[in-house]
Design a protein around this ligand. Structure first.
Ligand code: NAP
Length: 249
């Protein structure tokens, strides 16, 4: 039986790499992002590699959009029993400059988004008696200057994960979180731009602080997601795995 996975924020970055990895693992994959057209590259990469995927446009913070996206996936690919809550945004600023909108936008995409997606998908998981939820946290959950909103949301993702693990375990559903450190994506590229340094210098500077001596890549996170989604991970639940090239960022 082919299982169906939904990966949010999968048009690029960590989400795209995770969608590709899960497709290579043999799952049918719904590549979900804000703009359906932006998902085309990920879907093409999966199908060209012999996998099965569809593009789904939805804002994860919009309850109606989430319900119809999950229903569409169930109809077109099969009941989704794997969910990777990866969609994310940054609105960094020091506390005294952080606006209400900066706060709300980050909470809405990360926390409300993961909540709405998990609530919609668990119906299918409970019915199937099997499921996997993987939530993207971050080393920023431990606290990070200029990220009061993001750090709070990413710490929240860990609490959400542990609670989902407790509530859904009896239905064969596991929930785990991945907390990446520095990963080279458009998100960190935008941070370099904001700081006025080249992405290359930013990567080199980050690598110096990371015990394994290199920045992380989306595939590093995708490998962890692949494990959490596997049959072999059925007794691993409510965990937070730091994928950061060392014990801390
Ligand atoms: P990215 O390259 O910016 O990709 C994020 C994707 O999420 C984008 O395609 C974005 O779409 C989509 N998205 C944003 N808001 C959405 C919404 N409301 N509904 C649906 N999709 C939405 O980011 P990334 O670096 O791959 O990060 C992926 C996840 O890992 C995030 O949760 C991030 O917080 C986390 N993370 C990243 C790092 C890192 O170093 N990169 C470290 C720790 C944790 P648009 O392009 O249309 O905005």
């Amino acid at each position: 039986m082919t299982r169906t996975a939904i990966v949010t924020g999968a048009a690029r970055g960590i989400g795209a790499a995770t969608a590709l990895r899960l497709a290579a693992d043999g799952y049918a994959v719904a590549v979900l992002d804000l703009d359906e057209a932006q998902c085309a590259d990920t879907v093409t990469a999966i199908t060209e590699a012999g996998g099965r995927a569809i593009a789904v446009g939805a804002n994860v913070a919009d309850a109606e959009a989430v319900e119809s996206a999950v229903a569409r996936v169930a109809a077109e690919l099969g009941a989704p029993t794997i969910l990777v809550n990866n969609a994310g945004i940054l609105r960094d600023n020091l506390l005294f400059k952080m606006t209400d909108d900066d706060w709300d936008a980050v909470m809405n995409v990360h926390l409300r988004g993961a909540f709405l997606m998990s609530r919609a998908v668990q119906t299918h998981q409970v019915k199937a008696g099997w499921g996997r939820i993987v939530n993207l946290s971050s080393t920023s959950a431990l606290g990070n200057r200029g990220q009061a909103n993001y750090a709070a949301a990413k710490a929240g993702m860990q609490g959400l994960t542990k609670t989902l693990a407790i509530e859904l375990g009896r239905y064969g559903v596991t929930a785990n979180a991945i907390a990446p450190g520095f990963i080279a994506t458009d998100m960190t590229r935008a941070t370099a731009e904001r700081m006025g340094i080249s992405f290359e210098d930013f990567l080199a500077g980050a690598a110096k602080e990371i015990p394994v001596g290199r920045p992380g890549y989306p595939e590093d996170v995708a490998a962890a997601a692949s494990f959490f989604c596997s049959e072999g991970a059925s007794f691993t639940s409510g965990q937070v795995l730091y994928v950061a090239g060392g014990p801390r960022a």
